[in-house]
Design a protein around this ligand. Structure first.
Ligand SMILES: [Mn+2]
Length: 277
C-alpha cells in the first residue's frame, strides 16, 4: 500500500491515466492525494472529474480555485469565462452528482504516513498555508469554509468569494470578507508580506518581486514542526521547487505543456508524465 500525491490535473486526463499506469496505481490498495484544480484550462475536465468520482473511496482531494469556480458557475453565481473549458461538465447528465460530491471536498487534508524518514504528518492544501497560521487556525478556518460551502449560504458565498480585497485579517469588516480572505489564502495565495497581507496581483519570479513581498513558504510557516510536511499545488511556475525542506510543490504545469507529477509519500520518490500531444 502506497500514498501518492499528484499536482494540478486541470483536465489533463490522458496524462493522468498515463501517470497512474507508471505508478501501477491500485485503487484497492493505494491511496491518491490530489491537491486540487482537478479541472479547467485543459482538454478533458469531465474525464478527470468522472474518473476521480469512480475511485473516490481511494482518494483524498482538496479544493482548488478552479474547482470552486466550477461550483460558482454551475450554481449561477458567476458566468463562464472565455478561457474556461469545463462546459463538458456543465452539460453532463451526471452534473448534479458530481457537484454534490465536489461540494463535500475539504480545503485541507492531514494524515500521518509511515515514511523512510519516520512517521510524518502530511498537510495538503491547494495554494499553501499562511505562515502565521497554527494547525488549529488551519483546521478552524478550513472547516468554516467547508460548512458555508455545504450549507444554505453556499450560493451567496460562491458569489462573494471573488476579489482580492481585503487582504489582511485586521481589514475584514464582517464574516463575508473574512471568508473571502481565507478562501484566497488557501486556494490562490502565492506571494505575501511578512505581516500576512496577501498580494494576488504579482505572479512573476521571486527575484523581481516588489520589496518585502515573498513566497508564503519563505516566511517560516508556524505550522511546520519536526514531523510535518506541507504539500501544495497551484503555482506551476515553481516547477516543483520551493527550495524549502518539508514543503513540496506538486504543480509542474502539465496543462501549460510541461508535466504531471506524483510523489510517493513513503519514500518521497518523484514520478512524472510529460504533456502528451
Ligand atoms: Mn490553482
Amino acid at each position: 500500500m502506497s500514498n501518492y500525491v499528484i499536482g494540478d490535473l486541470q483536465g489533463c486526463y490522458e496524462e493522468f491515466k498515463e501517470l497512474l499506469n507508471k505508478i501501477s496505481f491500485d485503487p484497492e490498495k493505494d491511496r491518491l492525494w490530489l491537491c486540487g484544480d482537478l479541472i479547467n484550462r485543459g482538454p478533458d475536465s469531465l474525464g478527470c472529474l468522472s474518473f476521480l468520482y469512480s475511485i473516490k473511496e481511494s482518494c483524498h482531494i482538496v479544493l482548488g480555485n478552479h474547482d470552486l469556480h466550477l461550483l460558482a458557475v454551475a450554481h449561477g453565481s458567476r458566468d463562464l469565462g472565455k478561457t474556461d473549458t469545463f462546459s463538458d461538465i456543465l452539460e453532463s447528465p451526471d452534473l448534479d452528482i458530481l457537484l454534490d460530491w465536489v461540494k463535500e471536498l475539504p480545503f485541507h487534508y492531514i494524515k500521518e504516513v509511515k515514511t523512510d524518514q519516520g512517521n510524518i504528518e502530511f498537510i495538503m492544501t491547494h495554494a499553501g498555508i499562511p505562515p502565521m497560521w497554527s494547525k488549529a487556525d488551519l483546521i478552524k478556518n478550513s472547516n468554516e469554509l467547508s460548512q458555508v460551502l455545504k450549507g444554505e449560504e453556499s450560493r451567496r458565498f460562491l458569489k462573494n468569494m471573488y476579489g482580492n480585497k481585503p487582504n489582511l485579517l485586521t481589514d475584514c469588516r464582517n464574516k463575508e470578507e473574512r471568508l473571502r480572505l481565507n478562501v484566497n489564502y488557501l486556494t490562490r495565495m502565492r506571494y505575501i508580506y511578512p505581516n500576512g497581507a496577501l498580494d494576488l496581483k504579482y505572479k512573476g519570479v521571486v527575484k523581481e518581486a516588489p520589496k518585502n513581498l515573498m513566497p508564503w513558504f519563505n516566511l517560516n510557516p508556524k505550522i511546520i514542526d519536526r514531523n510535518t510536511h506541507l504539500l501544495f499545488g497551484h503555482w506551476a511556475a515553481l516547477n516543483g521547487m520551493t527550495g524549502v525542506p518539508k514543503i513540496t510543490a506538486l504543480d509542474t504545469g502539465c496543462v501549460w505543456g510541461n508535466k504531471l507529477t506524483a510523489m510517493r509519500l513513503e519514500d518521497y520518490r518523484i514520478f512524472s508524465c510529460d504533456k502528451l500531444n
